[in-house]
Each structure stands twice: as structure tokens, then as C-alpha cells.
Design a protein around this ligand. Sequence first.
Ligand SMILES: Nc1ncnc2c1ncn2[C@@H]1O[C@H](COP(=O)(O)OP(=O)(O)O)[C@@H](O)[C@H]1O
Ligand SMILES: [Mg+2]
Length: 242
Amino acid sequence: MLQLYDLKKSYGKTQALDGVSLNVSQGEILVVMGPSGCGKSTLIRCINRLTEPDSGEIFFKGKSVVDMSPEKLLRFRRRVGFVFQHFNLIQRLTVKENVMFGPVLSGMDSKQAEIRALEALNKVGLSENRDSLPRELSGGQQQRVGIARALALNPEIMLLDEPTASLDPILVGEVLDVMEDLARSTRATMIIVTHEVSFALKVADRIILMDHGKTVEEGIPTEIFAQPQSEIGKKYKRLLVA
Ligand SMILES: Nc1ncnc2c1ncn2[C@@H]1O[C@H](COP(=O)(O)OP(=O)(O)O)[C@@H](O)[C@H]1O
Ligand SMILES: [Mg+2]
């Protein structure tokens, strides 16, 4: 459903993406791993052009995303759920209002959007917190709101950029559990950037490793770390046996 061809992106002299090609199938859970600065966020943000690639092609269900007009791009983004590392919740809105925001923006009437929001909050186990403000929640709960907000759009694909990276270690688990549950219960297509190796091994259909703006290794969880060829793959393998 998603094809990337030779995506490139530079920031000045930094080559953040150095020719990445990737195919993602409908319903696939793809995990992207790699050291900090290797281009993971750039890659995932290029998919819905939150970051504009310099060159390359992106096809979503056969349509070029690179060629979309601004209006088409806005409509496309509503089909893509994006979960950010730093939650990006609107602090003056309640949990429910944060989750309703997307559907309302895309033209849904508020009653309908409220139903959608409550369904999404239910999926992440936060129905009871619907009227709280973000600051009244723990980091883990805030990120679950971030996930509910993405879900409320009924997205065709979910992109999650290190959703647990800014959480205390004790709060990581609840967010990983919600993500695992989603991956198993919905058959959403998901691309998840994460450093959580055991989560990746458990939930991914396929894992790709990036280094210096390129994909350097890819495989299914049971095989990817068996005989890694890349330096990064070898490092992850050492982490696993340690
Ligand atoms: N907006 C930006 N301006 C300048 N450099 C950037 C910007 N975003 C990313 N970079 C650089 O591009 C490289 C890849 O970054 P990023 O995609 O965020 O990596 P990752 O998500 O894997 O940590 C890094 O060297 C980073 O410093
Ligand atoms: Mg990043």
C-alpha cells in the first residue's frame, strides 16, 4: 500500500536520508530502528510530507504523495495517524477535545466526532479521563491520548515516531501494551520507530535497521538478529545477548 523510492533529504551538509526505498503492505507492522540521528524521524515524516523530501517518490495506494496539491495533501494527512515523541497535545483542551479535534477539522459534526473520540479513548483505556486536561495526566497517559487522537481519524496507516522515548521507564510499558493491543486487534498498517528491542521482536512483522540515512538491514524478527551483516545489526545483537 505504501512504496518509497530512493528518498533523499539533506539539511545543509547533513544527509539525513541517503536514498531509502521501502515497500509496506496493507496490514503490515513495520518497526524501524537505528541510532539517534540516523534519519528515522526524517523518513517517517517524509511519508506525509511533514518533512519535504528533496527527491524520490512516495506512492500511497498507487497515488504519488510527492505530486499532491496542498489540498490533496491535507486530505491525505487525515488518512494517516501520526504519533509524536513529545505527544503534541493542546494543553488548554480536555483529553476528549484533543481527540475530537482531528475529526472536527476534517468536517465531522461535533456529536459524531465525540462518539469517535470516546471510542478511541476506550481503545487506549482512558475513557475515565475524558474530561481531564493533559497536564493532569501522567506521561504515559498523555501518550495514550496521542495514540487515541491518531486513531480517531480511522487512519489507513499509523506512523509512530519513538512514542515512548520521552517517557519514564516505568511508564513505557503501558504505552507499549496499548500499541501491541492495537497492532493485534485492528489490522492497521503501522510504521513504528522505536528503540524497544523486545517490543519490536514481539510485535513487528518486519524490522528495518537504519544507519547514516540508509536502510542497512531488514528481516523478520526471528531472523534479523541471527546473522546481522551491518555494524548496527551486530550492535543490536550484542545488546540482546547481554
Ligand atoms: N530540521 C532539521 N534541521 C537540521 N538538521 C536536521 C533537522 N532534522 C533532522 N536533522 C538532522 O538530520 C539527521 C537525521 O535526523 P533524524 O531524522 O531526526 O534522526 P533520528 O530520528 O534517527 O534520530 C541528524 O543529523 C539531524 O541532526
Ligand atoms: Mg527521531
